[in-house]
Design a protein around this ligand. Structure first.
Ligand SMILES: O=c1[nH]cnc2c1ncn2[C@H]1C[C@H](O)[C@@H](COP(=O)(O)OP(=O)(O)O)O1
Length: 175
């Protein structure tokens, strides 16, 4: 058999008055030093969304009001070499709820253990140098499993960034 895990990409659109960021996308620095999405293994007998919501409570303090449901399901990937089926969910929150979650993470059960902190993915282009993509720098970190691909796919499919920008950031690894 194989094990199941569920992970989540949470994002929000910022108020138009926010000139620094148009969107915020949440990722985490994991205990093993890699970047990934919050979530984790789903126990046998537990349904996927319940398992995900339990993990998200432990890691980022997600409460019932923002629980994930089947409608937030994005897709699944099978990782043959580790016999893992990873189920992926995506949810857009209000800016207010997103920031509340961020502010709560330092008090979470898993902070400093399983998770070393949540981060926002740097999505903005430099106003001084439009050829500089902070995202291409970000892509040079180490990601767990297929988390980088999950991020790229969601940025494009949810129109968080123009596809051409995601493509440029993936191709042009500018230093
Ligand atoms: O963000 C991710 N995208 C794809 N796969 C991932 C991601 N994060 C972890 N994983 C893989 C790696 C592990 O084998 C399993 C379990 O994840 P993890 O979060 O480490 O599980 P626990 O919190 O320890 O339950 O998924």
């Amino acid at each position: 058999g194989y094990r199941h895990a569920a992970h989540a990409l949470i994002y929000c659109k910022m108020a138009p008055s926010n000139e620094k960021m148009k969107h915020a996308v949440m990722m985490q620095l994991r205990f093993d030093g890699t970047l990934g999405f919050p979530g984790g293994f789903v126990d046998g007998g537990e349904n996927l969304e319940n398992g995900l919501n339990r993990e998200l409570y432990e890691e980022i303090g997600l409460t019932q009001a923002n629980h994930f449901t089947e409608t937030d399901y994005f897709g699944s990937w099978y990782h043959e070499h580790i016999r893992l089926m990873d189920h992926f969910y995506v949810k857009k929150l209000t800016e207010n709820d997103f920031v509340k979650l961020e502010n709560r993470t330092l008090e979470c059960h898993d902070w400093g253990g399983e998770t070393m902190g949540i981060i926002r993915v740097p999505l903005q282009k430099s106003s001084k140098n439009p050829n500089f993509y902070s995202l291409s720098q970000f892509f040079q970190h180490n990601f767990i499993g297929n988390a980088k691909h999950q991020l790229i796919q969601v940025l494009v499919e949810k129109n968080i960034l123009p596809a051409v920008d995601v493509q440029d950031a993936s191709v042009n690894l500018i230093n």
